[in-house]
Design a protein around this ligand. Structure first.
Ligand code: 6PG
Length: 472
């Protein structure tokens, strides 16, 4: 019997869909799952009549694969991934390649690449984005590791990936944990945009008194614009239009207002701050999830602290796409991408990832959760200036900032007066205002630090490091 081209460990929904994708693209496959009943159910169900076979144990799994073996692990990030590596390693031979397609912490991947490469195995840490549908039809993939390991799977990945006008949504990201780092930042941007769209919905509902169907119309309008056409805006419209089958009312209004997280948003913020990247819009989205989870305290807080009686504000009309709110959404979305790209730029320097910013924008244009037409502009901006320090000062983005800032300012002011939290809009406004202020009040912070701790300060009128005896 001929050996299979490709192996998959972990038959969750992402694993199932990725192996079906590989098989559809001509790669015969073998699958293994810890519980064999799941393997059997898959082979008799979605995997039936396909060039996919199963294995009862890892020895059989490895034996069924052609050499060098290409094995994709789709298991839970963390100790489960380490356990699979440990269990399968004794059966592997020189040159075999393990690919981790989960949302692993990039520093874990860094360690695993070193360990596995030292045993002459290949190891790729690969971000996979697009949810279950993307996995089946064509995800965006962010593989990192050695170039030689990437070359061994390039033909497979380029066929499996989503395709956009300038190629497949996969490229060699860089060494070590770079693939997972880029995926983590992708998720940070994802958190940002989700929260931005939620804030827009909240304002339309509470300040403008609109119902879900009308709000959905605004999202449809936005999705037809160059600045906001994107997967997340598209699905927001769908979510808002969906009715509860039980009583025909708006389903979103029945959903508990607590958002969970699996870690990547937190990792983005922590890593960005460690690198000295400013990511306030992304941080605000993360904190909004934390605040949302404090449901009990918020209920108590509303009783004790009272809820402001809402004033109504004119924030545009449905036919003009609620213009000021659209301004706030566009600028906050741009800020999320700008902050994420800034984290990537600094990580590239710090960890020698040698990231190609235009290529990252290119592979995010299709398949992934943050795909949008804006990414074409981001790709153009980095093609124009590969060393661009911040997207905000690229000519096209700068024009957006200047034109839409009054709208964002009006929205934040209206929300503040109405007592409605809009953390991403507010943080974006502060971010942009800070970025366009050449003199900030940190001169006073420096004075205080020197006053109590002799931390010294620099002066604007002469070179050197200075200390003053402030309290004489
Ligand atoms: C993707 C997504 C996905 C991610 C979820 C969960 O790109 O397909 O980013 O990989 O795991 O969206 O994220 P949270 O549960 O942390 O929101």
């Amino acid at each position: 019997m001929s050996k299979a081209h490709f192996g998959l460990v972990g038959l969750g929904v992402m694993g199932e869909n990725l192996v079906l994708n590989a098989e559809r693209n001509g790669f015969s496959s073998v699958v293994y799952n810890r519980t064999y009943s799941k393997t059997e159910a898959f082979l008799n169900g979605r995997g039936a009549s396909k060039a996919i076979s199963g294995a009862v144990d890892l020895q059989e799994f490895v034996n069924k694969l052609e050499r060098p073996r290409r094995i994709l692990m789709m298991v839970k990030a963390g100790s489960a991934t380490d356990a699979v590596i440990q269990q399968i390693s004794p059966f592997l031979e020189e040159g075999d390649l393990l690919i981790d397609g989960g949302n692993s912490l990039f520093s874990d991947t860094e360690r695993r690449v070193k360990e596995l490469e030292s045993k002459s195995f290949g190891y790729i840490g690969m971000g996979v984005s697009g949810g279950s549908k993307g996995a089946l039809e064509g995800p965006s993939m962010m593989p990192g590791g050695t170039k030689a390991s990437y070359d061994a799977i390039e033909s497979l990945l380029t066929k499996m990936a989503a395709q956009v006008e300038d190629g497949p949504c996969v490229t060699y990201i860089g060494p070590g944990g770079s693939g997972h780092f880029v995926k983590t930042v992708h998720n940070g941007i994802e958190y940002g945009i989700e929260q931005i769209l939620a804030e827009a919905y909240d304002l339309m509902k509470r300040i403008c008194g609109m119902n879900c169907d009308d709000i959905a119309k605004v999202f449809a309008f936005w999705n037809s614009s160059e600045e906001l056409s994107s997967y997340l805006v598209e699905i927001t419209e769908i979510c808002l239009k969906t009715k509860d089958p039980e009583d025909g009312s708006d389903l979103v209004e029945k959903i508990m207002d607590k958002a969970g997280q699996k870690g990547t948003g937190l990792w983005t913020v922590v890593s960005a701050l460690q690198l000295g990247a400013s990511v306030p819009t992304i941080y605000a989205s993360l904190n909004a999830r934390v605040m949302s989870s404090m449901k009990f305290q918020r209920e108590k807080g509303q009783t004790i602290l009272g809820l402001t009686s809402f004033s109504t504000f004119d924030l545009g009309s449905i036919s003009d796409g609620m213009e000021p709110i659209m301004d706030a959404v566009v600028l906050s979305t741009i800020a999320s991408y700008a902050q994420g790209m800034e984290a990537l730029r600094l990580a590239s320097k710090e960890y020698d990832y040698n990231l190609k910013m235009p290529s990252i924008a290119q592979i995010w244009k299709g398949g992934c959760i943050i795909r949008s037409t804006l990414l074409k502009r981001i790709q153009d901006a980095y093609n124009l200036d590969p060393q661009l320090p911040n997207l905000l000062i690229d000519p096209w983005f700068a024009e957006q900032v200047v034109r839409r800032l009054p709208g964002l300012t009006r929205v934040v002011a209206a929300a503040a007066q109405a007592g409605i939290p809009v953390p991403c809009f507010t943080s974006t406004l502060d971010y942009i205002n800070s970025y366009r202020t050449s003199r900030l009040p940190q001169n006073l912070v420096q004075a205080m630090r020197d006053c109590f701790g002799s931390h010294t300060y620099e002066r604007i009128d002469k070179e050197g490091s200075f200390h003053t005896d402030w309290v004489k």
